[in-house]
Design a protein around this ligand. Structure first.
Ligand SMILES: O=P(O)(O)OC[C@@H](O)[C@@H](O)c1c[nH]c2ccccc12
Length: 263
C-alpha cells in the first residue's frame, strides 16, 4: 500500500458520507473570479500559485496554527495568480472551513486542493467558492478522469490536471486538459525532484493552447529559474511560503521575468 492508496481509501469513505448528506447539485456556471488559464497565458513572468498547507504526510506539521485568512491576504497582496487551499483533513490537516475562509476574503482564483474521485466533492468545492479544482491522473481511471473533468467544466470550474510523468501527461492530453501541472513529488515515495518538470516539459505541447505548471519542492529563485527555463507558466508552492517569516518577499523572489518576455 502506498500513501496514495491510503488516501484514496479515506476518500471513498468521505464520498459515501457526503452522498448520505443533502446533496446540492451546482447549476451556477459563472464564476466571479478571473480565469486562471487566461491569467497564466497572458503573463510575462513566472506566476506563483500559493498554497495554504498546514501539514503533509511527508513533512508532518508545517504550520498548523496559521490563520488562513491572514495567510491568504498576504498571498493576494503579493500578487499571486491563484491561492490553493488544502481541504483534506486526515492527511493534510486542512478543511472546507479553511477554503471558505479564504474564498470569502480574496478575489483571486482559488484552487480546492483535495483528492477528488467523485462529482459530490466537486459540487462541494463549488459551493465553498472555489474556481479551480485539482484532478490527479494517478488517482483516477481514464473514464473517471474524463467524466470529472467534463463535470467541473459544466459547472464553470477550471481544472488543474496533475501528472507525474510522460505517460500521465499523455492521459491528460487525451482528455484535452488545458492546465496541466507536473508534481515534482512522487505521491508514492515522497521523493522530490525538479528534474520531473524538465522530463515532462520535453514532451509538453507548448505550441497548443495549454499551460504548464511545476508543483512542489520549489524553495527559492534558483529553483524558480530552473523551472521557468522549461517553459513553465507558474509554480505551485506550499511549504516554503508557510514556513517563511516574510511570505510576500518570498513570493516576489519567485516571480521572475520569463526568458524571451518583452516586459
Ligand atoms: O509544499 P510544496 O513542496 O511546495 O508543494 C506544494 C504542492 O505542490 C503540494 O502540496 C501538492 C501537489 N500536488 C498535491 C496533491 C495533493 C496534495 C498536495 C499536493
Amino acid at each position: 500500500m502506498t500513501i496514495l492508496d491510503d488516501i484514496l481509501c479515506v476518500k471513498r469513505l468521505e464520498v459515501k458520507q457526503l452522498l448520505m448528506e443533502e446533496h446540492i447539485v451546482s447549476r451556477e456556471t459563472i464564476s466571479s473570479r478571473p480565469s486562471l488559464f487566461h491569467l497564466l497565458r497572458a503573463s510575462s513572468k513566472l506566476e506563483v500559485i500559493a498554497e495554504m498547507k498546514r501539514a503533509s504526510p511527508s513533512k508532518g506539521m508545517i504550520a498548523s496554527e496559521t490563520d488562513p485568512v491572514e495567510q491568504a491576504k498576504i498571498y493576494e497582496k503579493a500578487g499571486v495568480a491563484c491561492i490553493s487551499v488544502l481541504t483534506d483533513e486526515t492527511f493534510f490537516k486542512g478543511s472546507m472551513t479553511d477554503l471558505e475562509a479564504v474564498t470569502n476574503v480574496v478575489k483571486t482564483p482559488v484552487l480546492c486542493k483535495d483528492f477528488i474521485i467523485h462529482e459530490v466533492q466537486i459540487d462541494r468545492a463549488k459551493r465553498a467558492g472555489a474556481s479551480v479544482i485539482l484532478l490527479i491522473v494517478a488517482a483516477l481511471e481514464d473514464d473517471q478522469l474524463l467524466r470529472l473533468h467534463r463535470y467541473a467544466a459544466s459547472i464553470g470550474l477550471e481544472v488543474l490536471v496533475e501528472v507525474h510523468d510522460v505517460n500521465e501527461l499523455e492521459r491528460a492530453l487525451v482528455i484535452d486538459a488545458r492546465i496541466i501541472g507536473v508534481n515534482n513529488r512522487d505521491l508514492r515515495t515522497f521523493t522530490v525532484d525538479l528534474a520531473k518538470t524538465e522530463e515532462v516539459a520535453k514532451r509538453f505541447p507548448f505550441h497548443e493552447d495549454r499551460v504548464f505548471i511545476s508543483e512542489s519542492g520549489i524553495r527559492d529563485s534558483v529553483d524558480a529559474k530552473r523551472v521557468a527555463a522549461t517553459g513553465a507558466a507558474a509554480v505551485l508552492v506550499g511549504e516554503t511560503l508557510m514556513r517563511s517569516m516574510n511570505a510576500e518577499a518570498a513570493i516576489t523572489s519567485l516571480q521572475i521575468v520569463k526568458a524571451g518576455a518583452t516586459s
